[in-house]
Design a protein around this ligand. Structure first.
Ligand SMILES: [Zn+2]
Ligand SMILES: [Zn+2]
Length: 54
């Protein structure tokens, strides 16, 4: 998967560009969620997402 922002190649599974950190996908697939969920952040908050949703 190629980054739309910096053009760097990334592994298929990644939600974010390994080079510039921008999102590669519309849906983030946050790893704290069982289903694909878009956290809407430039960098996924991870566990902090739970706190944000409360
Ligand atoms: Zn990038
Ligand atoms: Zn996320």
């Amino acid at each position: 998967m190629k980054c739309n922002h910096c053009g760097a190649g990334n592994r298929e599974q990644g939600n974010f560009c390994t080079k510039c950190g921008k999102k590669l996908r519309e849906t983030c697939e946050c790893w704290v969620k069982k289903e694909p969920y878009n956290c809407g952040n430039d960098t996924c908050p991870g566990y902090r997402l739970h706190a944000q949703l409360k």
